[in-house]
Design a protein around this ligand. Sequence first.
Ligand SMILES: [Zn+2]
Length: 418
Amino acid sequence: MKISKKIQEFLINDALERFLRYVKIWTTSDIKSPSFPSTQNQIDLGKQLRNELEDLGLEKIIHDKYGYVYADLPPSEGYENVKPIGFIAHLDTSQAVSGKDVKPVLHKDYDGSDIKFSQNEEISLSIGDSPQLGEYIGLDIITSQGDTLLGADNKAGVAEIMATCAGWKKFPELTHGPITICFTPDEEIGRGTRKIKKKLLPNICYTLDGSEMGQLEIECFDAWGASIKFKGLVVHPGYAKNLMINAIHIASRFLSELPEAETPEHTEDKEGFYHLMNLEGNEEEATATLIIRDFELKKNQNRMNYLENLKNLYELRYPGLKIELNFLHQYQNMLTFIEREQKAIDLAKKAIELTGLEVKIHSIRGGTDGAKLSEKGIPTPNIFAGGMLFHSRKEYIPTLALQKASEVIINLAELWTK
Ligand SMILES: [Zn+2]
């Protein structure tokens, strides 16, 4: 199976046209909002996508009150019995940088020099910022004007999925089984799967929310939250000898026992960490909030044991001190669940290889919607969408990525028919 030049041309043009349109729709999510979706404008993009999916001949299209869009593409003739698969992308953009009035700029035939931004002279985008940019010399690159993010995270994924649906309609020789499309709100604030209707999704899905071309993510952190409460005793400082138990002072000593090498600022790749996020209180009571991260559950358990042992030691060292230690499992490494569907991984690798790209297996130092879906019983590897330097004014994407990711979707759908 080889995707013809004609189809490639169609995909890059169609995906690019959609991408440039979608990024202009303001869909920043808001962690402080109690509503669902967190911001109303995500509904606007969903509405537009629902209409476009209708035009493309998809069926059972749902745009629900939470902002989720679901649609089914019936299989090619004779492929009714193929296992259904789903493709997912998120509608919202990060609140790290404004996503309002994004004006995408197309830099044709990138020559390797620093890219300047018309609305922000203080920054420029160079190969030093993103080594991959060096590999993209000669390609067309899209950025914002520097006053906003671009929104390739994740509107590139949305555009690629939509362009592929358009491709399937225009070129019936591209065979596929039953396909479900799903667009989710509020991924950036960790709520992307909170109101998702599992029964509308196939048993295998793929998110198109990864970064550089060729990337495939099947692993993420095993994630824990920890809260440590120190209960002391307050006495007038002039009369405190042998009486006062200064909770906040003891808490700071306790926290200084955490290994400095195991913090976010000293770790990368597969290394885990403790991360102190907050410490507040007074002499009587102090509370520390931490997150604990690793790719291996066992290593996280060792970290929690370490905290337990420290608690016991400190309670001996300061008679009368009480320490309450609570752990919360936030999400699991999705590899545990995805490995049970090895075929989902193997075919994704093959689908990327078929586009001529090198497969880059990457471990996410964080979590994703795919991780939560995998935990809910739907193995969901994450495929590249092509955007780089996410959540930043320097965010960019080579237009070729829009085409390549669309090709990966087409290849994957066809591989699942075999
Ligand atoms: Zn994303």
